[in-house]
Design a protein around this ligand. Structure first.
Ligand code: COA
Length: 259
């Protein structure tokens, strides 16, 4: 059962679909939504009939990332294990294959969660960005490790330091996205691939995934702990408050007041 009406799940064809659906806020993720996502991922691994996870957004977009108002009011801090950190810790531990279908804005964790999916498909209208530095924060979800590995250090630095937007086609060229389709078919195409996975021997997929991730499991956990530590602290900084307030007040941030 979902803890949030903005996250729904459906089990069909051996596929547990997880839908992010909060269209008025571009599917920005709240604490309740993370809790529901964690429950859904746990349900995937604990339900024998669920052989593959399928993560997608709504007609408008994949997700605009963490709800920024939530960040301002309740910045996550490591001690209390907020739902966003529980989600980040659960994602790399999922044993069954995860397929993502991305469209429209995919921002922040909307991109970094893809680094933990096994197959990623995107629509041509996707608009991807990791604006952590521009928000006065730092990389999360292990992206400090996984992004340079996926696309090379300098390209990752450009995306993480300058917060540049990139397209689905660029994401494909850089190894983050398997394939790109038009907005009217991307979800069906991604679902077809999930169906193909659901027909494979489930144990072989679990072992394959475990083996591919094994070599850097510990280093990933270590970097994620460090990221969460910094992220929580940095969100309380004056730079982060200025960046988030500026977004909510629909103006450009002014960082020149801070050294
Ligand atoms: N948190 C909270 N609200 C958000 C949000 C977020 N991450 N992203 C979008 N919204 C809200 C907007 O405030 C706006 O609400 P309003 O209608 O009450 O004013 C609504 O969603 C629509 O967003 P808008 O900015 O008007 O849409 P757009 O199509 O012009 O731009 C985005 C879409 C995603 C590019 C833009 O909203 C954006 O950059 N969002 C912030 C992304 C971000 O920094 N995420 C955190 C990453 S760590």
């Amino acid at each position: 059962m979902s803890a949030s009406s903005n996250i729904s799940t459906k089990l069909e064809d051996g596929i547990l679909s997880i839908y992010m659906d909060r269209p008025d806020k571009k599917n920005a993720l709240t604490a309740d939504m993370y809790t529901a996502m964690v429950e859904a991922l746990q349900e995937l691994d604990s339900t024998p009939e669920a052989r593959v996870g399928f993560i997608t957004g709504s007609k408008e977009c994949f997700t605009a990332g963490n709800d920024l108002a939530d960040f301002l009011q309740r910045p996550p801090s490591k001690g209390e294990e907020p739902p966003v950190f529980r989600f980040l810790k659960t994602l790399p531990k999922v044993e069954k294959p995860l397929v993502a279908a991305v469209n429209g804005p995919a921002i922040g964790i909307g991109v970094t969660m893809l680094l933990h999916c096994d197959l990623v498909y995107a629509a041509t209208d996707s608009k991807l960005q990791m604006p952590f530095a521009s928000l006065g924060a730092c990389p999360e979800a292990g992206s400090a490790l996984l992004l340079p590995q996926t696309m090379g250090y300098q390209r990752a630095a450009q995306l993480l330091m300058l917060s540049d937007f990139f397209t689905a086609e660029e994401g494909k060229q850089w190894g983050l996205i398997n394939d790109v389709f038009s907005p009217d078919v991307y979800q069906a195409k991604a679902y077809e691939q999930a169906k193909r996975l659901s027909l494979q021997p489930a144990n072989s997929l679990r072992v394959t995934k475990m083996l591919m991730k094994k070599a850097q499991k510990e280093v990933l956990e270590e970097i994620m702990e460090l990221e969460m530590d910094y992220f929580g602290k940095m969100l309380k900084s004056p730079e982060a408050k200025e960046a988030i307030n500026a977004f909510m007040e629909k103006r450009k941030p002014d960082f020149t007041q801070f050294n």
